[in-house]
Design a protein around this ligand. Sequence first.
Ligand code: ASP
Length: 299
Amino acid sequence: MQVLFAATWWFGRIAVEAAVRQWRESQVDDSALRLLEAVVEGAAAVERDPSVLSVGYGGLPNRDGEVELDAALMEGAQLRAGAVASLRGFLPAIYLARAVMEQTPHLMLVGEGAARFALQQGYEPQQLLTPESLRRWQEWRQQRSAPKEVSAERAVSHDTVGVLGWHAGHLVVACTTSGLAWKMPGRVGDSPIVGAGLYADNEAGAAVCTGIGEYIWRFALASRVVEAMRAGYTAQQACQRSVEFMLRRLPEVAERQCAVIAIRADGDFGLAATQPERFEAYIARDSEIERITIHTPGS
Ligand code: ASP
């Protein structure tokens, strides 16, 4: 196996297909840079797809009807990372996360500062609401049926695309999301937070999460999984142990979806979720793409 990509949810297929395409067509000699570009393209492809209602263009907005994007990227060689949060009106957010990593002395830009950075980078402001996401927001507003916790809603109201890339022991991870639908303006979840939503260290492995950020973040889930792989567990054991710990420590987590996928430094893959029957991921080994589900609860 030369290269491995994995990504969360049904739209993980879009991500891994775009990543494989980018990897194959790339003229870049530096394999670390080539992997980074493939992972970023995988995430960006989902951001551009209006049929995905929880990522990028067409993502469901906050309660004021504004789409706010969170995205982050991390490289396992030098632990470099970049992120944007509460970004309004620019796409792809993952390109900006990369630019934060490569072109600024900082790790994260948020809100107005992130938007100004996008303008400086030559991005054109754009409307991120689609007719479909606008219609759903209007419907929600009319019904005023928002539960106290957005987390009680079904899957379409959130779900992050997390993308992992592995090549010859080098790891890159990216994720991008519009966060929880109908969230309070300025709310940021786990996704753009290094250690919470994503983590990569070539000495151990990489992990990326999806689900209710308010829980994932409190458990520093991505970092927890990577540290378990560092301690010698397989990727599957690391994911499973970490999710089991969450469920034991805070049983209410069982009512929320919190999921993680991981690749160990040697290319071993694993995944786990608090609601395993509702979780799926896609994996591409070289160019062979497979859908992965979890059959055993908690594993
Ligand atoms: N983790 C994301 C957030 O809390 C949502 C998700 O992946 O379902 O913003």
